[in-house]
Design a protein around this ligand. Sequence first.
Ligand code: FE
Length: 130
Amino acid sequence: MQNKSEEYWKEKLTPEQYHILREKGTEPAFTGKYVDNHESGMYECAACGHPLFSSDTKFESGSGWPSFDQPVNRENVELHEDGSFFMKRTEVTCKNCGAHLGHVFPDGPKETTGERYCINSCSLNFKAKE
Ligand code: FE
């Protein structure tokens, strides 16, 4: 799905989703619908439905964005060095469709991976466990 046109995504996504997923935007902190979601299930890509993060790896980061200490499978995401805004950050995208998800930082929980995947709620679609 990496070769879908921007026209395709404009039609499929809401304007807010399009801005974040295709133009690498960021939703304001503490506004996303999944920041305080504590249900068990899978967070899928809002654009293509690819499974990205399990609720088992979600933790309270206090950042205002849903935070995970690892993806459900390292193969399901892609990491890119991002030097925009004069910050050195690592961007996280969906491996299946290329959608922008957020960034990963090295200040996650020490007990597990030490990583913090800081992800926009807008980029995710939560599927509760049945
Ligand atoms: Fe995707």
